[in-house]
Design a protein around this ligand. Structure first.
Ligand code: FES
Length: 84
């Protein structure tokens, strides 16, 4: 899913947080939960529609959520650690 988006795609419109910023929080600041992503980047701390699809009550649905990014990056990290 992530490969369909530019790194500067704005996931959280309220806080203007991009995919790249969330990736960085996971990769360099060891964010492992949605809560960590919220604390570190501020994403999902205002209207909260960008956290996951179940919580998106906005009129225009988001195309990607913080949860999707966390899941994909965590999977990539897991694979990397398995292969050394
Ligand atoms: S779009 Fe992320 S908190 Fe509103």
């Amino acid at each position: 899913m992530l490969e369909n988006f530019q790194k500067d795609y704005e996931v959280c419109n309220c806080k203007k947080v991009t995919i790249a910023e969330i990736e960085k929080a996971i990769n360099t600041k060891a964010a492992t939960s949605l809560r960590d992503i919220q604390d570190i980047t501020g994403a999902g701390t205002e209207c909260r529609h960008c956290i996951f699809v179940e919580g998106d009550f906005g009129k225009i649905k988001k195309k990607i959520y913080c949860k999707d990014i966390l899941k994909e990056i965590s999977e990539i990290k897991d694979k990397e650690s398995v292969h050394g």
